[in-house]
Design a binder for this molecule. Structure first.
Ligand code: CTP
Ligand code: CA
Length: 226
């Protein structure tokens, strides 16, 4: 049996993590979602707990077991996720936004199942933009004052470095983590590009749990002494 004794680099810290997709209702039986599996966010929750942190994991709809010792809050929509994050952010020292939050939601979810009326006409869906959960937290006083360290993720199809740098600035977060493609969704491995004020660090391809442990160590190094 290989045991991983992780140094307790996050002991005494509270880490808040979002994971998985969100689900935006169209009507009571239909909705809009995406292909995020939640695996990276759940691996980060496990790794942060192993590192001694108290962990709150806000999870969209995924079929994954809750990591041992982790407090899990299940949500569906981006708005639900934002409420759950806001309820825990004041107590957190680190916020890791690993969720693939739907950028838009149907403007008016129907209260009843939309029925075909036999005419062959299709329903017209109008969308509104969802709140940016990460940017909202990063603009808060505790994040701006350095008491809450915010980490964003980015999955890009092209020009990862340029997009990650721009996203880091736009979100106002100290650390932005790019998924080095192609197509990380649902896979068990990944490679990461860390972008912070000092430049870039690459975490080479590995299993998501091994990568999560390395990323947790990288985050811990960047925290103010607590
Ligand atoms: N994010 C968030 N709330 C949203 C959208 C994104 O908290 N409504 C977070 C994600 O969890 C991720 C980071 O912001 O940590 C970047 O998400 P991404 O989808 O890559 O960026 P967007 O700003 O939505 O831009 P785009 O999808 O157009 O690239
Ligand atoms: Ca997006």
């Amino acid at each position: 049996v290989v045991r991983h004794f992780q140094p307790k680099v996050l002991s005494g810290r509270h880490v808040l993590i979002t994971a998985g997709p969100t689900f935006e209702a169209i009507d009571p039986v239909r909705g809009l979602t995406n292909r995020s599996s939640g695996k990276m966010g759940f691996a980060l929750a496990r790794a942060a707990h192993e590192a001694g942190a108290q962990v709150t994991l806000v999870a969209g709809p995924v079929a994954l077991p809750t990591p041992r010792g982790v407090q899990r809050v299940d949500v569906m929509s981006a708005q639900d996720m934002q409420r759950a994050v806001q309820a825990s952010a004041d107590a957190a020292d680190v916020f890791i936004a690993a969720a693939a939050v739907a950028d838009w939601r149907p403007a008016n979810a129907a209260g009843q199942k939309i029925k075909k009326d036999g005419s062959g006409e299709v329903p017209a869906l109008a969308f509104v933009e969802n709140p940016d959960i990460l940017a909202g937290v990063a603009q808060g006083a505790r994040a701006k004052g350095g008491a809450l360290y915010c980490v964003g993720f980015a999955a890009e199809s092209h020009d990862l470095l340029a997009h990650a740098q721009a996203k880091r600035a736009r979100k106002g977060v100290p650390l932005l983590v790019g998924n080095i493609g192609p197509d990380t969704f649902g896979r068990d491995d990944n490679a990461l590009l860390l972008v912070d004020e000092g430049g870039t660090t690459e975490l080479p391809r590995d299993g998501k749990l091994a990568l999560a442990r390395r990323l947790v160590a990288e985050i811990a190094r960047r925290l103010p002494r607590g």
